[in-house]
Design a protein around this ligand. Sequence first.
Ligand SMILES: *Cc1c(COP(=O)(O)O)cnc(C)c1O
Length: 453
Amino acid sequence: MKTKKILLEEKDIPSAWYNIAADMKNKPLPFLHPGTKQPLKPEDLYPIFAKELCHQEMNDTDAWIEIPDEIREMYRIWRPTPLVRAYGLEKALDTPAHIYFKNESVSPVGSHKLNSALAQAYFCKKEGITNITTETGAGQWGAALSYAAKVFGLDLAVYMVKISYEQKPYRRSIMQTFGAQVIASPSMSTKAGRKILTENPMYQGSLGTAISEAVELAMETPNCKYTLGSVLNHVMLHQTVIGLEAEKQMEIAGEYPDIVIGCFGGGSNFSGLSFPFLRHKINEGKDIRVIAAEPASCPKLTRGEFQYDFGDETGYTPLIPMFTLGHTFAPAHIHAGGLRYHGAGALVSQLRKDDMVEAVDIKQLDTFKAAVLFAQAEGIIPAPESSHAIAAAIHEANVAKEEGRQKTILFNLSGHGLIDMTAYDQYISGDLQNYELSDAEIAGNLDKLEKIV
Ligand SMILES: *Cc1c(COP(=O)(O)O)cnc(C)c1O
């Protein structure tokens, strides 16, 4: 009988995260202070993040960072996650390619986000912090952090993008069930929110605005820190448990991936799966293609510019060296809410600049077509975000078929879509559309950036 799932045991949960910055030939450029434009030191970030996370953020010397036992203990609830051979999808595509996916949708909150949420909450707790803040767009990060905050006894305030707050009430209920306080953003509770609402009372919110509000609350509240679910180096670090497990599992399968694919919002699930494999490319020259799949309506890696930019709309965060569409870019309301972020994390941006990773952009209708095919072939309804990775994997499997070559493709199933069924409803009833983005629209936002590199 052919093996379908490759499972590891709890003892195989990685004992250290992999820090790719230590191995990168060209290190990412430093973050800059938003006011002085001078390179930041870890201490400069202390007012915003837990100290340990500030040090992880700027560590480019230690390739391995030990995972504290308290976090590994929590990972045991659902890790190691299965690596699955997608025989059903291979058959549906009639492809000679071998397709594998790492199933991160089995986490209690349904996505990979819990890998970092638990780590961030743990380090905050350890430093005596009592309150944390964050933002959430689609609600996945908020849900993960709400549970993590409860586990480690922290009070959490989540700024949720207003349009999601209204359109995705169940996401809000999930966070509230775990005990978090959820506030629609923009709100009147912060200066950033009040300013935006005064200028535009009908504003439906954006991730950039919600970040500004959450950061402001953290800076003005004693014993309170901010946390972020993607983009930053320490988040990529925590997510490497995905790829480290997958590496062992591929070995058990007796294969090594030719192509590794992840969908791309700020980069955390993509980095989590791919960085451990990229280390073989960096250190041993292994021939492997690594592909980030982003939405055509938010194409920072394929059509953005490498530049210093803010992580938020107001400009509270440090300047981050990244592929960006400009922090004022307002992406269309596609259903893959988790991919509607204007920039790519610094590590992936540098790797993209150095041609270590590739990027593709995929239109909304193509992602849902891929999602339905995958659901019917594998029995799992994927998150609209993950469907970008599926569409890219299907494309590569079709290329393998045309070339008549066996290739091994590995992609990350970052989450399931069981609370995204309104999106599927719209697709099935033909109400979904693609969004075209003109070069002029992209240039318009990029022109507003101060050019530093
Ligand atoms: C948040 C999210 C993403 C996008 O974020 P990344 O940091 O780019 O991984 C992708 N998939 C799912 C299921 C998510 O919840």
